[in-house]
Design a protein around this ligand. Sequence first.
Ligand SMILES: NC(=O)c1ccc[n+]([C@@H]2O[C@H](COP(=O)([O-])OP(=O)(O)OC[C@H]3O[C@@H](n4cnc5c(N)ncnc54)[C@H](OP(=O)(O)O)[C@@H]3O)[C@@H](O)[C@H]2O)c1
Length: 308
Amino acid sequence: MNQLRNLKITVFGGTGFLGRHLIKFFCDQECIIKVPTRNPAKGYFLQPLGDVGQISLVKFDISESKNLEDLIEDSDIIINLIGILFEKKKNDFINTHTKFVKNIVDILKFKKKKFIQISALGVNNYKNSLYSKSKFDADQYIQSNLKDYLIIRPSVIFGPEDNFFNKFAKISLISPFLPLIMGGKTKFQPVYVEDVCKGIIAILKKNINNKVFEFGGPDIFSFKELMQILLKNINRKRILIYIPKRIAIIMSKFLELLPNPLLTEDQIKLLENNNIISEKVFNFKYLKINPVSLRLIITDYLKRYKKY
Ligand SMILES: NC(=O)c1ccc[n+]([C@@H]2O[C@H](COP(=O)([O-])OP(=O)(O)OC[C@H]3O[C@@H](n4cnc5c(N)ncnc54)[C@H](OP(=O)(O)O)[C@@H]3O)[C@@H](O)[C@H]2O)c1
């Protein structure tokens, strides 16, 4: 019997990259899904992933926490995928990552519901970044106040609509060089989006709770190696330019003025630490999942940037 069948799940941030894949997995498990979003029309693309009526989109903004309780009242599981990489006016890290989670936790303290928080790998290690600190504070609040929670900390996630490889592939279309901030030495353990979804489904099926999981792929690459893999796969030659931290900070001051900045000072701080899983924390091994390698997947989904 499928124990997830007919479970009611509210997915905050379900319109994003990870959200669209996770919702497909939940649809396949015959769950009933609600997706609160700032713009329901933007989320209509999700509906064909399920049967008629299986996915509903509800207008919601994190600044209106008044209707939050009503929104999650009929859910068995609440999962939060809301996240930002840079701040814009009232959409800052503290409001988006910390205060919103605190609002949910304060409601859930008194209810029998499971809360799943998608945090990020390394937030416990580099607290000088506001991105990390805001996520880490949320994780700590969950751990001290809830009796049924899961915290998932993935490394950089790759897959068809990812924000990482697509971004650098787009840059390579117009730029003769790609930047290696601080020499591109920071190490990452990229994880396939479908493996993250498989991990979440496995955790739910095994009825695991109150644990922190770190999800990373099978290989560790430096940022420089990731750029080399990317360029090889799209068959483009670009100069990899070493950018010292001091220069990167000056560049970020200008880039931060753009509506969708390519680099921020906070992101430079994130590059100061490696982004790889610690063997001491629960991970795919515990779930008996063999994550797939970046090299097997990337060729296919970056085809549109390839020079033939
Ligand atoms: N992708 C990665 O490599 C990676 C790695 C580690 C951790 N994570 C974490 O995983 C989660 C999902 O990542 P993702 O790549 O799927 O992100 P994404 O594609 O950028 O999607 C983020 C979602 O957050 C929602 N959102 C942002 N600001 C909001 C606000 N003020 N009010 C309501 N909704 C808001 C957006 O919803 P609407 O625009 O529809 O309202 C969107 O659906 C995030 O928490 C991220 O930090 C991602």
